[in-house]
Write a protein that binds this ligand. Structure first.
Ligand code: SAM
Length: 285
């Protein structure tokens, strides 16, 4: 079944009375070339377990299942379950979980499927309304090492942004702290049904062996990032004072000790500078 053809998607839609849900970010891929690029970017081997976020009608799932040992596909929309039962009928190595990915204990599910302790590669054409929470969950709450995902171009640009750029923000620092980022493909909005408003990008995130910067306390590091970008127009001296337990005098001292001018703004700071400041804050709290 050629799920990447518009006519097939329309036939399935009619057969099952399926309506696309805008609220669930349902924009289905109808381009074999892009699907191939996502699959190739994931580098799936015959012993691999793959976790797919949002299989939709199964267009990526079927290709992944042909290469992987096992595919776990997490889909929140119940009305897609009978469709997936048909489109993936020949794939015995796929387990569909009808759950909200944000509520799932991902490491537990992976451990179940890999007889404990195993790894899984994450793949997905993400529902765009929760792109950032999904990425943050994968990075902070799981041990997943490889994530190949499609997202709106604007988010991908922010993730890759360097210090000094207007779009450099908390998500750039967070992803670059945990991962190496590689662009796999640019994807025009014309290859989806229904067509979204914006273009997309496929990124591959590979967890670093060691974080992008060594810090004394990860919680304080991210508190500095959050405070700095929470009020990005303010100087660091002003924005960092919002961290609980600090004061203007203390932040002044921390910035001086870290060798960072108090009048700078968060969007100019490298990971290393955030690291140095957070270490000084940690020592004084
Ligand atoms: N993989 C399919 C494709 O490429 O054609 C569908 C991609 S579509 C952009 C996103 C999918 O994620 C939809 O099937 C949608 O129902 C599902 N989804 C939305 N929110 C979800 C959630 N919280 N947890 C799991 N799946 C979700």
């Amino acid at each position: 079944m050629k799920l990447y053809q518009k006519t097939t998607v329309k036939e399935i839609q009619e057969k099952y009375g399926f309506n696309f849900s805008r609220n669930l970010g349902q924009n289905f891929l109808i381009d074999k070339n892009i699907i191939d690029k996502i699959i190739a970017g994931t580098e799936i081997g015959p012993q691999d377990t793959v976790l797919e976020i949002g299989p939709g009608m199964g267009v990526i799932t079927a290709e992944a299942a042909a290469q992987a040992k096992k595919v776990i596909a997490v889909e929140v929309d119940k009305s897609l379950l009978p469709i997936l039962a048909e489109t993936l009928a020949g794939c015995d190595n796929v387990r569909i979980i009808n759950e909200d990915i944000l509520k799932l204990d991902i490491d537990k599910i992976i451990a179940e499927e890999t007889a404990g302790g195993g790894e899984a590669k994450v793949i997905g054409n993400l529902p765009y309304y929760i792109t950032t929470p999904i990425i943050m969950k994968l990075l902070e709450e799981t041990t997943v090492k490889s994530i190949t995902i499609m997202m709106q171009k604007e988010v991908a640009d922010r993730i890759k942004a360097a210090p000094g750029s207007k779009i450099y923000g908390a998500i750039s620092v967070a992803v670059q702290y945990y991962c190496q980022v590689e662009k796999i493909a640019d994807v025009p909005k014309t290859v989806f049904i229904p067509q979204p408003q914006v273009d997309s990008v496929v990124l591959r995130l590979v967890r670093k062996e060691e974080p992008g910067v060594g810090v004394l306390d990860k919680g304080i590091f991210f508190a500095c990032v959050k405070a700095g970008f929470g009020q990005r127009r303010k100087t660091l001296l002003n924005s960092l004072q919002t961290i609980r337990g600090t004061s203007k005098a203390m932040i002044e001292e921390c910035l001086a000790a870290a060798g960072v001018e108090a009048g700078r703004r968060a969007e100019t700071l490298s990971l290393e500078e955030f690291g140095k400041i957070s270490n000084e804050v940690y020592k004084r709290l």
